[in-house]
Write a protein that binds this ligand. Structure first.
Ligand SMILES: NC(=O)c1ccc[n+]([C@@H]2O[C@H](COP(=O)([O-])OP(=O)(O)OC[C@H]3O[C@@H](n4cnc5c(N)ncnc54)[C@H](OP(=O)(O)O)[C@@H]3O)[C@@H](O)[C@H]2O)c1
Length: 388
């Protein structure tokens, strides 16, 4: 029966829509009309599902159309759920630079050849065999680059949009990147009022929140970003004191001038030359929060090295790597604080939302490495108006 119904789906011109009538006629000779009716119903109910799988691990830059493969098939249904599992449809997909690691050809990578690309979504529950959520609930889930997926604990959590918030905030300012900014500053950066905080990739999802929290803590904040437009946004809308375009020839001098009292806290999202330069301007006992190193993700061997490490010793700098997934117990407090600031209008955000559905994900992922996003980069999988 399972095999037969799959044959019917495959003979359809598009999954779950038009049935090859000739095929049905042939089967009619062999099968009862009641059985045919049952199959017709199943076909009508079937929903197409799209997902991106890893086709070819990337050695250097990943290549849309080559690294990933878009697969189309029949979506899982409630009948496929085991106890404890839920069926979700993705509304928004989060794109995160760190996901580049999962494209490496490594046996320890979370994503292996043929696997669905790993990723976080805001999704709606279509069916549930888990007491924590019911049909219609909104969840955040690591459901991957797929339209419809089955997930189970701990890979989903029920989510509510707080006052003053919107659905996309669950992946941005109130999601992993916002929480990273809050906890990383709190646990490692520990900025004090009056101190100078410098943030790289400051106009991105994490950096834009880091800078605003540092301002709320009473610090002087210098942002570093890749265009004059981003810099203008940081100072005019987000309240940064100064913003520097690292692509300008004058950047090294600009950083020196922008930090006359030197750097107390450096939040690093990029590594390489910018980190190296920040070390030169660090104050005694400065804290360096190593949150990311995007300059190294695609081509680690070509990335510019860090030569000024002696400064760590000479200035007693505390340089510490931060991984937000090591602080899961602190996420609820972080969300509460961020949600409060958002509701009070003290925290601003501007997401970059790529429309056009899941198909856009592989190209949109590239945008992170080309600096095309401002704030959180998301793909809209299902437009809000289609979400009843
Ligand atoms: N440790 C953790 O737990 C954790 C959690 C979340 C994120 N992260 C890390 O935090 C960093 C930011 O992540 P996000 O999600 O917030 O991304 P994002 O900052 O929104 O986007 C990445 C930004 O990086 C900048 N960039 C890209 N290539 C660059 C280069 N070669 N040199 C300098 N800047 C470059 C681009 O902005 P420009 O236009 O300014 O170049 C781009 O917009 C990433 O390194 C990520 O891996 C770490």
């Amino acid at each position: 029966m399972k095999y037969l119904s799959r044959s019917f789906f495959l003979s359809s011109r598009s999954y779950g829509s038009t049935i090859d009538e000739g095929f049905i006629d042939v089967c009619s000779f062999a099968l009862s009309s009641r059985f045919i009716q049952r199959i017709r119903t199943l076909v009508a109910m079937a929903r197409e599902n799209k997902k991106f799988v890893l086709a070819q691990p990337a050695k250097h830059d990943f290549i849309p159309g080559e690294t990933f493969r878009l697969e189309k098939g029949i979506a899982p249904t409630e009948d496929d759920l085991k106890d404890g599992q839920i069926l979700v449809e993705a509304l928004y997909l989060s794109l995160d630079p760190g996901a580049r690691y999962w494209l490496n050809d490594s046996p320890s990578s979370l994503v292996q050849r043929g696997d669905t690309m790993y990723g976080f979504t805001v999704s709606r529950v279509i069916a549930s065999k888990n007491g924590l959520v019911k049909e219609g609930d909104i969840v955040t889930a690591s459901s991957g680059w797929a339209e419809v997926a089955i997930v189970e604990e701990p890979n989903f959590s029920k989510a509510e949009v707080p006052k003053g918030g919107q659905l996309t905030d669950l992946l941005g300012v109130l999601g992993v990147t916002g929480i990273t900014a809050y906890i990383g500053l709190d646990k490692i950066g520990k900025p004090q009022a009056g101190e100078t905080v410098v943030v790289s990739a400051a106009a991105g999802a994490t950096g834009s929140v880091v800078g605003q929290i540092a301002k709320l803590r009473g610090c002087r904040v210098v942002g570093i970003a890749g265009s004059d437009e981003k810099c203008a946004w940081l100072t005019s809308e987000l309240g940064f004191d100064t913003a520097l375009n690292y692509k300008k020839d004058t950047f090294k001098n600009d950083l020196a001038e922008a930090t006359p009292n030197q750097i107390d806290v450096f939040w690093d999202n990029v590594g390489g030359e910018i980190l190296d330069e920040a070390l030169l301007h660090a104050k005694q006992n400065a804290r360096f929060v190593i949150c990311g190193a995007i300059t190294t993700y695609n081509n680690p061997k070509d990335a510019k090295g860090v030569y000024n490490l002696a400064a760590v010793l000479l200035k007693s700098i505390r340089m510490e790597g931060f991984n937000v997934f090591n602080f899961v117990q602190d996420w609820p407090d972080a969300r509460k604080a961020l949600g409060g600031w958002l509701a009070d209008g003290k925290l601003k955000r501007r997401d970059t939302i790529v429309q056009g559905g899941l198909e856009k994900a592989e190209y949109a992922f590239k945008d992170l490495f080309e600096g095309k996003n401002r704030g959180k980069l998301l793909v809209e999988i299902k437009p809000a108006e289609q979400d009843e």
